[in-house]
Design a protein around this ligand. Structure first.
Ligand code: NAD
Length: 273
């Protein structure tokens, strides 16, 4: 079910494989939307300082009645804050109204700024102090991850990258697996743009009695990806978590696998910001 968790390389820390993303959820709607997700059964929320909605996320988590250890909260270090990561982390915690997060990520490497190694050393300290139960990165490439691992002590637990059937990231997934790093898929539904109208997904949806979004999310889960679909619509919030009662057979997995076309919807990590 939605509580199905994967082990991070951090001793004993598990991450619910399916979470709820809140990019582009307006600050004044975040509390309501996250409350809806928690009522629907989500136990993992993915936010970021840059999303401007940490306050609402924190209010919803605190008001949920769920024990803190039952909800996995991720936030991210903003690009402008690489040289002041500890302070930026404290500011995120204050906005969330929490005493720790479950996962703290460097949001983008921003190679031209060249401060991500410095940021990671500060984040290692945050981890050692117990204020982030696990730490990781986002939008890192083989090049930026290799440098980080060469120049610092702790291997990131996870790399959150753009990944969906039109952009399958096979090289990154293999690299992560070889290094004990989990793959987390952002924009797992391709931002709801053309992907969900793909005729091949309609055929699979009919075959399995599910929706195209559910087929795509099930494909991610069976690949071993952590997924964080976003919706503000209660029926879709429920639909996106209702993916634990069917299995894609190898032929259906191969059909989705064949949709790869190297199509990004988001920024290129080598140049973004
Ligand atoms: P997504 O792939 O989750 O798509 C969301 C959109 O798809 C919705 O706005 C809606 O239009 C549509 N949709 C959702 N459920 C649907 C359904 N059941 N049927 C039909 N349409 C549906 O896109 P996303 O929000 O870009 O990505 C998810 C999360 O990933 C974000 O909210 C954020 O938490 C994270 N993210 C991280 C980064 C990063 O740089 N680390 C970048 C982008 C997103």
């Amino acid at each position: 079910g939605p509580m199905n968790s994967l082990m991070l390389n951090t001793d004993g820390v598990q991450i619910p494989q399916l979470g709820f993303g809140v990019w582009q959820v307006p600050a004044d709607e975040a509390e309501q939307v996250v409350a809806t997700a928690l009522r629907a059964g989500y136990r993992h929320i993915d936010t970021a300082a840059a999303y401007g909605n940490e306050e609402g996320v924190g209010r919803a988590v605190r008001a949920s009645g769920l024990r803190r250890e039952k909800v996995f909260v991720t936030t991210k270090l903003a690009n402008a804050d690489h040289a002041r990561a500890e302070q930026a982390f404290d500011e995120s915690l204050a906005r969330l109204g929490l005493d720790h997060v479950d996962l703290y990520l460097i949001h983008w490497p921003v190679p031209k700024q060249d401060k991500y190694v410095q940021a990671w050393k500060a984040i290692e300290k945050i981890y050692r102090d117990g204020r982030a139960k696990a730490i990781g990165v986002s939008n890192f490439t083989v090049g930026t991850l290799t440098r980080l691992m060469n120049e610092t002590d702790i291997v990131p637990s996870i790399n959150q990258i753009e990944l969906h059937p039109y952009f399958q990231q096979r090289e990154m997934r293999a690299f992560h697996e070889a290094n004990g790093i989990l793959t987390e898929a952002w924009s797992p539904l391709g931002q709801g743009k053309g992907l969900l109208d793909d005729p091949a997904l309609a055929v699979l949806a009919d075959k399995h009695g599910k929706t195209p979004a559910q087929i795509v999310l099930r494909w991610h889960l069976q690949l071993g990806n952590v997924v964080i679909p976003k919706s503000v619509t209660p029926s879709r919030i429920a639909e996106n978590i209702d993916v634990f009662d069917f299995i894609l057979d190898p032929e259906s997995m191969a059909t989705v696998g064949a949709l790869n076309r190297g199509l990004r919807f988001g920024g290129d990590p080598d140049t973004f910001n």
